[in-house]
Unconditional design. Structure first.
Length: 74
C-alpha cells in the first residue's frame, strides 16, 4: 500500500454523494480514491488514442519471421 497523505478537501456534498452512489462505494475516501484512479486512467487512455494517429504500421510486417530472426541471433 502506498503512503497516505492526510488531506482536507472542500468537495460539493451532492456531487460526492452522487459519485458514491454511482460507484456503489461505502466511504468518502473510497469514492475520492476511485475517482482519482479513474481520472488518471482516462487521461492515459486519451494519450494512447491521440498517439494512434501518429504511429506508422508496416502492412507487410511478418511477426513470425521477425521472431525467428530474433531467436536465431541468440
Amino acid at each position: 500500500m502506498e503512503e497516505e497523505m492526510p488531506t482536507n478537501l472542500a468537495i460539493e456534498d451532492a456531487l460526492l454523494k452522487k459519485a458514491q452512489k454511482a460507484g456503489g462505494l461505502r466511504t468518502k475516501k473510497e469514492t475520492v480514491t476511485k475517482a482519482l484512479e479513474e481520472f488518471i486512467q482516462r487521461r492515459q487512455q486519451k494519450r494512447i488514442l491521440k498517439a494512434m494517429g501518429s504511429i506508422e504500421f508496416r502492412d507487410n510486417w511478418d511477426y513470425k519471421a521477425e521472431r525467428q530472426d530474433r531467436e536465431s541471433r541468440r
